[in-house]
Design a protein around this ligand. Structure first.
Ligand code: AMP
Ligand code: GLY
Length: 417
């Protein structure tokens, strides 16, 4: 199988890495890709938001599978264009991707399907916002109704900060605060059938102890030793299958990856959000553990062939990923500085480096080119060993002003949630 992966972050590097391990995959391409990806795939420079440009590239290289990594091309309808041309694609059509692209649409679908989630109100005016904040009380949760790359949500005790975020966004969803640990569950969907992957946990705040601003994610690990054993089955029954059925009923068959962001509250699991693509950096650890060859699975999501797959196979042990962030992330990150020590990090047993926001500097050297620069993955028989290896490896990397969290998977490695 010839495959093309759209995107150029750590999630896409992880996808390329597992696709390259799949004996059924004969050639790999990416657009735009990144320097790390170029070890396993040919990178192409095209506008990945342009369905015609993507289709043209896919046709030229004879792609039998196009995997859409980020949400933006999905929301633009790139999957629709590929499907119209009969090119198998992993990712939902534009209409189905609204589960991620519009918070109010996602809430409407969840309500119709009876999916447990936070109570919420869609608001357009400051008066509606004020009423909703009053009704739900603190801590206040205000979400931009459109795509915001994981940064459109403000959770705060400060009412004026909540109101200001609403003013800056325009249309928002205000909702009740959900407490309890968060879990990310990825589910492969073919419009009718749904197959869950391993649950993972992400760390959204920038600094240790869950302090600082919300980010797209500073680290992740899988599996979750503290999670209730029935969690995944329960989420599939009460959340995923009803959502897939409701989407099909609306004529928006959901094909591709459904990312269920959960809060395990004292009243039971609740959906915090749906996303239409793999989470980043959770994908880096979940894909690492997948033993089932991935190419045919991703293709089956397009052809309706997931029905024959009851469950996936997983490698024993654990994976932890750490994000090396640039100075000033998530604000206005510093770019263009040399990144060194990658070979030393890759030499740590059980650890490897994925590129997220990097670029070539000359023909051999690497420079920073984004907020989240690298993902260092550590693996091992236990979470504690995976963690130790990840931290050993990241300590060998040099990037002026960069930082990472030192407490990723710490509690879980000690057996706590
Ligand atoms: P979202 O973009 O909806 O994923 O939200 C980003 C992050 O904001 C989530 O991962 C949570 O950490 C936090 N968040 C979102 N909604 C809520 C909520 N209702 N209660 C508490 N935290 C929330
Ligand atoms: N790690 C959170 C996300 O991908 O949205």
């Amino acid at each position: 199988m010839k495959a093309l992966v759209l995107g150029g972050g750590g999630r896409e590097h992880a996808l390329i890495r597992v696709l390259s391990r799949d004996p059924g995959v004969t050639s790999l391409h990416s657009a735009p890709g990144n320097p790390g990806i170029s070890a396993n795939a040919e990178n192409h420079v095209i506008n990945t938001l342009d369905g015609l440009a993507v289709t043209e590239l896919a046709a030229r290289i004879g792609a039998e599978l196009v995997v859409i990594g980020p949400e933006a091309p999905l929301v633009e309808g790139v999957a629709d264009t590929l499907r119209e041309r009969g090119i198998p694609v992993f990712g939902p059509d534009r209409a189905a991707a609204r589960l991620e692209g519009s918070k109010s649409y996602a809430k409407e679908v969840m309500e119709a399907a009876g999916v447990p989630t936070a109570r919420s109100r869609a608001c357009k005016t400051p008066g509606q916002v004020a009423d909703a904040l009053e009704a739900f009380g603190p801590p206040y949760v205000v979400k931009n109704d459109g795509l915001a790359a994981g940064k459109g949500v403000v959770v705060t005790e400060d009412r004026s900060a909540a109101e200001q975020h609403a003013r800056e966004c325009g249309r928002v969803v205000v909702e009740e605060y959900l407490d309890g640990p968060e879990v990310s569950l990825f589910v492969l969907c073919d419009g009718t059938n749904a197959v869950p992957m391993l649950p993972a946990q992400d760390f959204k705040r920038a600094y240790d102890g869950d302090e600082g601003p919300n980010t797209g994610g500073m680290g992740a690990y899988t599996p979750l030793p503290w999670a209730p054993p029935a969690l995944v089955d329960g989420v599939m029954e009460t959340m995923v299958r009803p959502t897939i059925r409701e989407m099909a009923k609306r004529g928006n068959r959901y094909q591709g990856l459904l990312y269920v962001g959960l809060a395990l509250t004292s009243a039971g699991p609740r959906v915090v959000e749906f996303n239409a693509r793999f989470g980043d950096p959770e994908a880096q650890v979940v894909l690492d553990r997948l033993a089932t060859p991935i190419g045919a699975l991703l293709q089956a999501s397009d052809t309706g062939g997931l029905g024959g797959i009851a469950s996936l196979e997983w490698r024993e042990g654990a994976a932890v990923t750490l994000v090396l962030a640039a100075e000033n992330y998530p604000g206005d990150p510093v770019k263009g500085d040399p990144v060194t020590g990658l070979d030393a990090a890759n030499a740590v047993e059980g650890a490897y480096v994925l590129h997220a926001g990097t670029a070539w500097s000359g023909v051999r050297d690497i420079k920073s080119n984004g907020g989240r620069v690298l993902n260092v993955v550590g693996t091992g028989d236990t979470l504690a060993l995976a963690r130790e290896r990840a931290y050993d490896a990241i300590g060998r990397i040099e990037l002026r002003g960069s930082f990472y969290r030192t407490d990723i998977a710490e509690k879980a490695a000690e057996g706590e949630g």
